[in-house]
Write a protein that binds this ligand. Structure first.
Ligand code: NAP
Length: 435
């Protein structure tokens, strides 16, 4: 029997488990360990709550657990939990699938002021991640600046722009639902340091902005390149640019919210102004593919700034970390002897959920080819270790109890009301009550 521990119960971890089971069948025993009491990683805490069709992939991961892969939730690997060295003693192979949970700072003066959040915090807040559920989001000012020209920036802008009715079918955390329903936000700036041809948006997400009930996307036609260049773009970006051209040509609608694309604009400084923020931005121009400042600055007044400029992984003692790239150092998924990495922790925060599938298959193949079963204790040994340390994991059965409680607590048409507090999750999982 080959014993494998996968650290991280997100898509990268599940696709690796799925591939290992496909290759080895009953000859492999897998534990998926996660610091949260709930599985599914970014499907639960990252994917936008109004994108339920994307979240439906969790059925596939559920099937992996139902097929016998163990979920060991509420167990941190690293400081304060189980050390990586412990796992390497217990399991024949360890695969890190811990994603990229930390926000990259904006790197401008004032980026640590109250009211400035990274997308991990903001998205975690509206998705009910227990680490961010208690944040107070300043939504009492008309202006918001969302920094970055990727899909996370679009998600953040769209959630801020939607009406309560539009958000009703989402699995938005209830505290966010209440805060957004009374939000004073009217002008959402999407600040991109380069232009439409350099944006990382995808067509579906861009198209959705054109169909919002109370919000209109605004694009300055002067920021759009000459249309003669569109034919040479890759098909996805060509569709994105077509949407931007349509937004630029659309007449203003009599609706309260605008989503303003500030292309060729980079943040240079953030200052506090009363209980609001002043974001100084500088007009840029392209020098080759790079944005360079022009010295032409202006102020965007806002109550909230959300940096959506990418993420970095969290280091774990015992696994070499590449600080400059914010991920684990690795050679095609191998960190060292019997230690592997997959997903964002391996390649950085890029790609869709599905990108993790070939990544997981490749790492599974390496494990199958390179690791020999060594008669280690595997999951039974982990259970003993956890008991010795007084740690009580949330199992698949425990997660199903949390899931059932969330579904039972939902207000139609929301699919669930998420538990956002670890103690409540534990109580649901272990069948206890919390006052
Ligand atoms: P992303 O696509 O890499 O976009 C990051 C953006 O931040 C880029 O526009 C980048 O500009 C900008 N940026 C980076 N550093 C900056 C700085 N210091 N100052 C100003 N701007 C800066 O990242 P993401 O939006 O976080 O998305 C992560 C991944 O998840 C992507 O692959 C994305 O497609 C995926 N995702 C998919 C969906 C979906 O399919 N619905 C939803 C959300 C996320 P430059 O290009 O100039 O560097």
């Amino acid at each position: 029997m080959l014993h494998v521990a996968i650290v991280g119960a997100g898509p990268a971890g599940f696709y690796t488990a799925e591939a290992l089971v496909r290759r080895l069948g009953a000859a492999v025993a897998i534990d998926i360990i996660d610091a949260l009491p709930t599985p599914y990683g970014l499907i639960r805490a990252g994917v936008a709550p109004d994108h339920q069709s994307i979240k439906a992939v969790d059925r596939r991961y559920h099937a992996v657990l139902a097929g016998g892969v163990r979920f060991v939730g509420d167990v941190t690997v690293g400081d304060g939990g189980v050390a990586l060295v412990d796992l390497l003693l217990l399991y024949d192979a360890v695969v890190l699938a811990t994603g990229a949970p930390h926000d990259r700072p904006l790197g401008v003066p004032g980026d640590d002021l109250p009211g400035v959040f990274g997308s991990g915090s903001f998205v975690g807040w509206y998705n009910g991640h227990p680490d961010f559920a208690d944040l107070e989001m300043p939504l009492r000012h008309a202006g918001v600046a969302v920094i970055g020209n990727g899909n996370v920036a679009i998600d953040v802008a769209r959630i801020l722009a939607k009406t309560p009715e539009e958000l009703a079918p989402a699995d938005l955390a209830v505290h966010a639902r209440v805060a957004l329903a009374t939000s004073a936000v009217r002008h959402i700036h999407i600040v991109g340091r380069r232009g439409p041809y350099q944006a990382s948006f995808t067509p579906k997400e861009m198209g959705e902005l054109g169909d919002l009930a109370r919000a209109q996307p605004v694009v300055d036609p002067n920021d759009l390149p000459d249309p003669s260049g569109d034919a040479a773009l890759d098909p996805g970006l060509r569709k994105v640019v077509a949407h931007l051209r349509a937004f630029a040509a659309a007449p203003p609608r009599a609706i309260p919210v605008t989503i303003i694309f500030d292309f060729f604009t980079r943040p240079v400084q953030i200052d506090r102004h009363g209980d609001a923020l002043r974001l100084t931005v500088e007009r840029t121009r392209l020098d080759g593919d790079k944005a360079v400042g022009t010295g032409d600055t202006r102020i965007i007044d806002c109550g909230l700034i959300v940096g959506c400029i990418g993420y970095q992984s969290a280091a774990i003692t015992g696994a070499g970390f590449d600080d400059s790239r914010g991920r684990f150092g690795n050679d095609a998924g191998r960190i060292g002897d019997r230690l592997y990495v997959t997903g964002w922790a391996r390649r950085g925060p890029s790609g869709t959920i599905g990108t993790n599938k070939p990544d997981g298959a490749q790492v599974a193949e390496r494990v199958v080819n390179e690791v020999v079963a060594g008669g280690r204790a595997g999951g039974a040994g982990l259970d003993v270790l956890l008991a010795e340390r007084g740690l009580r994991p949330v199992t698949f059965v425990g997660w199903q109890a949390i899931d059932a409680a969330e579904i039972a607590g939902a207000t139609h048409p929301a699919p669930r009301e998420k538990l956002v507090d670890r103690d409540r999750m534990r109580a649901a999982a272990h069948g206890a009550t919390v006052c």
